[in-house]
Ligand binder design. Structure first.
Ligand code: GLU
Length: 448
């Protein structure tokens, strides 16, 4: 494959949520896997609803996921291109003016429904004479413009779904230009895909019908060679099968980040559910890119389960090496370095849990002493430093011999005294990090 060019094209009308992360990542990972380029394109022709803050937040959310576009484009900067394309379509007789109001169209659709007909635009505007158009304009009506579809089958080999087709005759001629001259999404997207050299359009299966329409526009503007490849992925749903909408604020990438979810966990789940691969932790986006083959995505809805994300988040953390998050540990004020991370990572469900273990290792930590005599006996047997990961074994063996205890009655009081908790990382790893002075103080019942 020659280097592909793909794009993710959100409308900046809200925050990205886990459902949008799927096309964003499927595109970005596809570019990574095939050595291609990834474009972020803001579909912001709807000036009422598009907001610069949302565009900025989208860039921040993508960067958090580890996705950095090779190019960022804004449709609002590119209107001259759309004007030129619309002019060419008009000249070719493929874009025609229509004067119906929304109400008129609505009434027409109701009449069609009453007669059992599909709600397809009847092309009445094509039959208007020049004089009738002038009259309508004299009454103050401004035309909107529809693309004249060819009534034929449009077929493509879908990268995800295999052979696909849409019947031109089953669709209304799409409105490309609104009566105020503004563009709906359909035409700008095609113009940009041609202009920016997009080779693969990977997007949700809610766009299958658009693809039938847009292929005809690609052909009208640039001939058959202008048509990119298309792949329509299954959509994420909630665990109970409902569609994800922008209103699901708690599944926005921003709130998942605030809840301490790791970007790699979010990314892995966003693309691995509903794929041929089992959901599993990954250590990098490169690793994830190698796992995801869009040709092998499932056709069934991909169910997103928050509990699964939490479990995956813990697994991702457990698999990260010190080097992967040394900066974050330093920023969290942890001084124990690699030994600390290796000791505690298996006990962190979210990164912020390191604070608990930092407290245990560095203090202050309030010990729990249930049997002071036993704690004193154990303290008296603490070996001199330097301590290694053998120290715990040697020490507890000595304590067992001296006190006759074994198993839980031996280990649990020591854990409670040394950490204040009845659960946690292996003490063989923690003990050298806690160190002798703090261990002695805690065994004596002092917070240290
Ligand atoms: N702005 C469109 C959307 O968010 C883009 C669809 C496409 O990828 O062409 O649905």
């Amino acid at each position: 494959m020659t280097a592909p060019v793909v794009r993710f094209a959100p409308s900046p009308t809200g925050r990205l949520h886990i459902g949008n992360a799927r096309p964003a990542l499927l595109n970005a990972l596809f570019a990574r896997r095939h050595g291609g380029r990834f474009i972020l394109r803001y579909d912001d022709t709807d000036l009422q609803r598009s907001r610069a803050e949302f565009a900025d937040a989208i860039a921040v959310d993508l960067a958090w996921l580890g996705v950095r576009p090779d190019l960022t484009a804004r449709q609002s900067d590119r209107v001259a291109l759309y004007d030129a394309a619309a002019e060419r379509l008009r000249a070719a007789g493929r874009l025609y003016p229509c004067y119906e109001t929304e109400d008129e169209l609505d009434r027409r659709r109701k009449r069609q429904a009453a007669r059992g007909l599909p709600p397809i635009y009847d092309r009445a505007a094509l039959r208007l004479t020049d004089e009738e158009k002038r009259d309508l304009e004299a009454q103050g009506r401004r035309p909107h413009w529809r693309f004249l579809l060819e009534h034929r089958s449009v077929a493509w080999d879908d990268l995800v779904r295999g052979p696909a087709h849409v019947e031109g005759a089953s669709l209304s001629d799409p409105v490309l230009v609104r009566h105020d001259g503004g563009y709906l999404y359909t035409l700008p997207s095609v113009v940009d895909d041609i202009d920016l050299g997009v080779t693969h359009v990977i997007r949700g299966e809610d766009h299958v019908t658009n693809t039938g329409v847009q292929i005809q526009i690609f052909e009208a503007l640039g001939g058959p060679e202008a048509v990119p490849l298309f792949g329509h992925h299954n959509l994420l749903t909630t665990a109970s099968g409902e569609g994800l909408s922008k209103r699901l604020g708690h599944l926005s990438l921003g709130s998942l980040r605030e809840r301490g979810m790791e970007p790699l966990a979010v990314a892995a789940l966003a693309v691995l559910v509903g794929s041929a691969e089992a959901v599993r932790p990954v250590r990098s986006l490169d690793e994830l890119a190698q796992l995801v083959d869009i040709a092998r995505l499932s056709r069934a809805p991909a169910r997103f389960d928050e509990a699964e994300l939490e479990a995956l988040n813990a697994k991702v953390l457990h698999g990260l090496d010190y080097a992967d998050l040394a900066d974050r540990l330093t920023a969290a004020g942890v001084t124990g370095g690699e030994a600390f991370w290796l000791a505690v990572r298996g006990n962190c469900a979210v990164f912020s849990d390191v604070a608990v273990w930092k407290g245990v290792v560095e203090g202050p930590c309030a010990p729990v002493i249930e049997d002071a005599a036993f704690a004193d006996a154990a303290a008296a047997l603490l070996p001199p430093e330097p301590w290694t990961d053998q120290t715990w074994g040697e020490w507890t063996k000595a304590v067992a011999q001296a006190t006759g205890r074994k198993g839980k009655p031996l280990f649990m009081p020591l854990r409670l005294a040394l950490t204040g908790l009845d659960h946690g990382p292996e003490l063989k790893a923690l003990l050298p990090l806690i160190g002798r002075p703090r261990a002695l103080a805690r065994l004596a019942g002092q917070a240290a």
